[in-house]
Design a protein around this ligand. Sequence first.
Ligand code: FES
Ligand SMILES: [Fe+2]
Length: 446
Amino acid sequence: MPQTTVEEAFSDGMAPRTVTRATLDKRDYISEASRQAEWEGIWTRCWLFSGLVSDLEDSGDYFVYPLGRESVVVLKDEQGDIRAFYNVCQHRGNRIFTSESGSIQHVVCPYHGWRYGLDGLLREIPDEQRFCPEVDRSQRSLKPVKLAVWAGLIWINMDPDAASLEDYLGSIMQNLEPYHFERMVLAKHQTVHLDANWKTVRDNFLEQYHVDFIHPQHASFVDCCNSENVLWPYGHSATMVEGFVTNSRYPTPEETPEHLVMALRSLGMDPAEFTGRVADIRKAVQARKRELGPELGFDYSEFSDSQITDVWQYDIFPNTFMTITAEEVWVYGPRPDATDPDRCYFDKWTISIPREQGCDLKRKLTLNPRLVASIDDERPQHEVFTAADVIAEKHTLTITLDQDIYYLADMQAGMHSRGFECAVLNEDEVRVQHFHDWVEYYVSQH
Ligand code: FES
Ligand SMILES: [Fe+2]
């Protein structure tokens, strides 16, 4: 079966598509002019996922979100509220926070010692009497950045006039309620430097046309050819891929494929029972998880059947992907380099239900064989590495993402060729089209 696509409007009346169709001109991937236009039109206007609430446990805990030439600090204040500020001192513009995370009592600029509260207010100026005229403290507090928290995820927006995150995400928030990301724990935090434009990375994760060719292993546990796409306003989209099935492009195998054997055994199911009826596995797993979940400490009652077995990938404009299963979620995406359109950073947070709620070691049962993180674990180290490290197998973002990363620099290199002008897209690349449609829209507004 081919992929299908539906378009859904939000209640604010905004249509999923803009009137014009984007063209994928190679210059948009390599030019300084596009980099600057995207900075003004997209990065400083849109809501951006910046980190996890679970990283800000106590008052004074902070992390820094670097984006292009900007740096934003996100911290928990004395009242327990989460705030974001531009990471810059209002004396002479020094960058204040130089570590990527930590815990502080006051915000103290390391240059001349100006001291701010966790609420951003300027509290103390060394040798204050020597400023003439006197410093107006109300004008010299840290500059706030708009912030919103949803389901344990922290979002920032540099546009003070931006519509709320609720309006921006529309029905997406409702769709994702059953997963309760806020109850999940961080299992991995990784950043890889890539020799590719951020849109080259986005394009890769916005289509499944490449899956048969570079991820052949997928054919034996998900059906990417049969996926259902949804397009929403503001450039967001999603795709649903059925799990615990085989690729409908090929004949259904007689025996349970190897990739599903382990998953079935971990649920206490016998793979041999499905010989000759592999197509029945998905439904059987949905029923089994509903039954086994409460025994192991996890409740599936809020989930639809599809949410129990299938992989839902949400693509939140401009740069946040969420690959979602009931027990494990990847939140990931590219951030542009400060100056070079040929480079970007790719961040990935892996969060999951804690193994205490999804495993019974004595009975050798687990709701998902990938559950490793415990409630009691220390926060995992932030791993930072390069694409070359991935290719040399020194680091992995999982086999699927490693396979993608292998190609990204070559895609970017091709954009510089005199022998290539612009891309051509098929129906299975509709989300790529949708994304660029909205890139053009945002850039044209500013
Ligand atoms: S620049 Fe921060 S105290 Fe002088
Ligand atoms: Fe891929």
